[in-house]
Ligand binder design. Structure first.
Ligand code: SF4
Ligand code: SF4
Length: 507
């Protein structure tokens, strides 16, 4: 190396060491055992989780600073993550950033570097070998098979964005049991360890006694096959009673209730068949469920009509300490004429940011990374937006299976198939749930492993293609940095709570 370069590097090193001695390195990360919201994380098919395979690095290996993304949270702290693997976020102080800079240009690991912090940075891909500082493979680790059971097409509400025709169709006990047999067959054949059943409709509480019989049967099947079982009821809440809550708890079933705003904001979108608003009944049902020890997950569909009411709704939800997820309205054949529901970019961004302010003022201990912006999930890297075509089955009331609940009228197979999931996986028609790496406009995006390019159905409806980025991309990109900022503030707020935050500091 030329003498003037050596001198410059030495000067930088001395400056860096001064900064680091004045201000000890501090790195904050969400504790992996940190409290997660209880309840369902998504109203769709949850994406398959993936694991990044990181290279083993030995002393002497060259480390290069990765193509890191930094975001300022406070004057002293920045979030840092590696968009090539999306494997975790660290909140680093200025001295920790100096440590990262010490590996640029790449240099060998020195024995003095083998600190817990350097290992941690290697572990989540903030530091890596220059020759592997490109795309790292994410390997799907499918543990959970999700299945949607459509107990009835009937509903006592007439929501503006519903995709169902509300035909008078109910599932029978015989068909319901055949559906469960088929789900468990596919789970066993394909090596899944866990089954998640979503009892839906229509309004599933209209078939409450059948729901009980079916879930008891599912519990028997789970025991026979040695599989874990998770069950959730997706309800509008209006028919909920204290007796039902007691039964749901006995059956170990969770509850998700849809609520789109306070008062008129909800009533405009989710009226009864008579036209009367349902907010008062839904709010009472949620409080009843809390009172009887079954706090529900709140599913909010956000669109142009209700986004302005979102901050008030968030106040209401956070005051009750309930888990929630915010899903963007998805156009469909039966609601497409409802222009009010369309996503006006500026209005959506403004409303969502105002809602984030409410979260900031009442920062929860529990992580919100999985349910804050539509189908994005910042809690784990993933290549596919949802499990459609991979680990998800949707059964209608006649025992026919479709890829997605929004395509329930377009079944591909049925309960008679030996392995319905294999038929769904092999199907080349209908929804094509591509990897984010195959979506035009997404490949170089820093958010790709958390966003995965959005709902394929929404994209297809807007563009006629599955292999392009979401029509909501501009909204997502305006909001994602704010999610990071909120997460950074959460880590700072709870840094003295070891259940929530792991703090790495050299002793
Ligand atoms: S849809 Fe937009 S934000 Fe999402 S991965 Fe694609 S380019 Fe990135
Ligand atoms: S295709 Fe869209 S609507 Fe269907 S499960 Fe996936 S994200 Fe949800």
């Amino acid at each position: 190396m030329k003498p003037h370069l050596t001198n410059a590097l030495n000067t930088r090193r001395v400056k860096r060491e001064k900064i680091m001695s004045r201000n000890p390195i501090k790195v904050l990360m969400a504790n992996s055992a940190s409290p997660q919201p209880k309840g369902e994380q998504c109203d769709c098919a949850c994406a398959e989780s993936t694991s990044a395979i990181l290279p083993a690095l030995n002393s002497g290996t060259f480390l290069g600073i990765s193509n890191l993304y930094y975001q300022k949270i406070t004057p002293e702290y920045e979030m840092a993550f590696n968009p090539n693997i999306g494997n975790g976020m660290m909140l680093i102080n200025s001295s920790a950033k100096e440590l990262l800079k010490a590996f640029s240009p790449p240099r060998p690991i020195k024995p003095a570097d083998q600190s817990q912090i350097v290992n941690q940075m290697i572990g989540i891909g903030l530091l890596t070998a220059p020759n592997v500082d490109s795309e790292i493979q994410l390997h799907p680790t499918p543990n959970m098979l999700g299945a949607w059971l459509h107990l009835t097409d009937r509903c006592n509400l007439r929501c503006s964005y519903c995709y169902l025709p509300h035909a008078h169709q109910d599932i029978s006990l015989k068909t319901g049991r055949a559906v469960l047999d088929a789900v468990f067959r596919s789970a066993v054949v394909n090596g899944f360890k866990q089954i998640k059943l979503k009892y839906a409709g229509g309004e599933p509480l209209l078939r409450f006694s059948l729901l009980q019989e079916l879930h008891s049967y599912a519990q028997q099947l789970a025991e026979w096959h040695g599989l874990q079982l998770d069950g959730i009821v997706l309800s509008n809440g209006t028919l909920l009673t204290a007796e039902m809550i007691t039964t749901l708890k006995k059956l170990d079933l969770r509850l998700m209730i849809s609520l789109d705003g306070l008062g008129q904001h909800h009533d405009n979108l989710r009226p009864y068949q008579s036209g009367r608003g349902s907010f008062a009944d839904v709010a009472a049902a949620i409080d009843l469920a809390i009172l009887h020890g079954l706090p529900p997950n709140i599913s909010v569909t956000v669109g142009g009509h209700n986004v302005e009411g979102l901050p008030d709704l968030l106040h209401w939800i956070l005051a009750r300490n309930l888990p929630y997820n915010l899903n963007f309205y998805r156009p469909n054949d039966l609601s497409a004429l409802s222009g009010d529901l369309q996503l006006d970019e500026r209005k959506m961004i403004r409303g969502m940011l105002a809602a984030f302010k409410v979260i900031e003022q009442k920062m929860p201990r529990q992580s919100f990374l999985a349910g804050l912006i539509d189908r994005a999930d910042f809690s784990t890297p993933h290549t596919h937006t949802c499990g459609v075509g991979q680990n998800y089955l949707v059964f209608n009331s006649m025992g026919q299976a479709a890829k997605c609940q929004m395509h329930i009228q377009k079944p591909i197979t049925d309960v008679h198939a030996e392995d319905p999931l294999a038929v769904i996986r092999a199907d080349q028609t209908g929804i094509s749930n591509l990897s984010v790496k195959e979506k035009e406009g997404c490949q170089t995006c820093e958010w790709k492993y958390w966003c995965a390019g959005g709902c394929p159905l929404t994209t297809y409806r807007a563009t006629g293609r599955y292999d392009v980025k979401s029509p909501n991309c501009n909204i997502y990109k305006a909001l994602y940095p704010e999610v990071l900022r909120l997460e950074g503030l959460r880590l700072l707020k709870y840094q003295n709570d070891p259940e929530v935050v792991s703090v790495f500091q050299p002793s």
